[in-house]
Design a protein around this ligand. Structure first.
Ligand code: NAD
Ligand code: MG
Length: 388
């Protein structure tokens, strides 16, 4: 095979986005060369991927994991550790897929952009928490962000109709679609007795546990409002959420002349992943192709902001700016983890995040140091509320 194929680093290779990215790459062995992977656990899976794709570098989280994995893959593969390892791997490929979950994905986002690489971004938490810092490194020559998140990938495609002026003055609003999650239409009373298995059953998408819980509280959509604003440079006042239970219209852009552009497909994350890897070339696989020979029923409704207060919390954090989005995302990570560990109930997740945000007092966010400080403080306060 030719050695001039663009190289790919896939960080978070064993997760939901990671394994679907591997599906895409398996169809594109002649076009892309997977050179680096990383994962937080499941060392056997990392070893199997490394062997299948002849990967030269792997990132793991601990020195113990490094020793175990080295004995599985042999001395020919370089193994790097922790955030420093992720930083190194994010500089080594033409396309860097950030499929890590949570704030742990931050080194991937920042280093890929600093090194002038294409960042295929699934990890929304890093962009949301570090938005002002990401805005600076995005200006690096060669650096670009292509969003894997299906809504943002749809908007990216629909914005091809914009004049491209900064701030998109020709766009009236971005319409982010939301499935509504498993509890759409439930009253506050019904929501008070939700179980873990209820929350982990998403109606239209199969995803990792954290984002599945975020989808059940609508915090995922709240985070996506912040993500859209940061990605496209459009203030949140022009980002709206529309509930669309079928998850076929992945999002829409309404222009000032009234035209609404949308991108449609069956729900399949391999389509946005392939778009981000291949762009500007459209890879010829037709993931999630629609059958217009069958009746297609598409419905749209307003979100229930009373039963799902996470949305308003996100808009509020966006308006407060500074470190508020970092606090929101950090507090939410702690609350979701506590729910998954059976420490708090589902109905406690968002109130806990709201209580953390009540403590937040307009912090500036101009440096990485300030980001880490704010992230740690928000986590400590949230953790205190979990164990209280
Ligand atoms: P997941 O839990 O299935 O996978 C997470 C991956 O990150 C795993 O490979 C895990 O080992 C790895 N990881 C965790 N901590 C790590 C660390 N410290 N160092 C290295 N690797 C680490 O999660 P997912 O559902 O694939 O989601 C990944 C990201 O993509 C999240 O930010 C999520 O919001 C976003 N996203 C996911 C989907 C989806 O369909 N799954 C859709 C849109 C956006
Ligand atoms: Mg999404």
């Amino acid at each position: 095979m030719s050695s001039t194929r663009p190289t790919v680093a896939l960080l978070g290779a064993t997760g939901s986005i990671g394994t679907q990215t591997l599906d895409v790459l398996r169809r594109e062995l002649d076009s892309f060369d997977l050179v680096a992977i990383a994962g937080g656990q499941r060392l056997g899976e990392l070893a199997a991927i490394a062997k299948e794709f002849n990967v030269s570098s792997i990132g793991v989280v601990s020195v113990d994991d490094k020793a175990t994995l080295q004995s599985m893959v042999g001395p020919g593969v370089t193994i790097v550790v922790g955030a420093e390892g992720l930083t190194e791997l994010s500089r080594c490929a033409d396309v860097v897929v950030n499929a890590v979950v949570g704030f742990a994905g931050l080194p991937v986002t920042l280093s890929a952009l600093e090194a002038g690489k294409r960042l295929a971004l699934a990890n929304k938490e890093s962009l949301i928490a570090a938005a002002p810092l990401v805005a600076k490194v995005r200006a690096t020559t060669g650096a670009e962000i292509l969003p894997i998140d299906s809504e943002h990938c749809a908007i990216h495609q629909c914005l091809a109709g914009s004049s491209g002026e900064p701030g998109h003055p020709d766009v009236r609003r971005l319409l982010l679609t939301a499935s509504g999650g498993p509890f759409r239409g439930w009253s506050k009373e019904q929501l008070s007795s939700v179980t873990k298995s209820d929350a982990l059953k998403h109606p239209t998408w199969s995803m990792g546990p954290k984002i599945t819980v975020d989808s059940s509280t609508l915090m995922n959509k709240g985070l996506e409002v912040l993500e859209a604003s940061a990605l496209f440079g459009i203030e949140v006042g022009r980002v709206e959420v529309v509930v669309h239970p079928q998850s076929i219209v992945h999002s829409m852009v309404e222009y000032v002349d009234g035209a609404v552009l949308a991108q449609l497909s069956e729900p399949d994350m391999r389509l946005p992943i392939a778009y981000c890897i291949g762009s500007p070339v459209r890879l010829n696989h037709a993931w999630g192709r629609l059958d217009f020979g069958q009746p297609l029923h598409l419905t749209f409704e307003a979100p229930d902001r009373v039963a799902f207060p996470a949305l308003d919390l996100a808009y509020d954090a966006a308006r407060r700016a500074g470190a508020a989005p970092a606090w929101l995302s950090a507090a939410n990570e702690i609350a979701v983890e506590a729910f998954l560990n059976d420490q708090i109930s589902w109905s406690r997740i968002i109130p806990l995040v709201a209580e953390v945000m009540d403590v937040y007092d307009d912090e500036a966010l101009d440096s990485l140091e300030e980001l880490f400080e704010n992230d740690a403080t928000a986590r400590r306060i949230a953790h205190g509320m979990v164990v209280r």
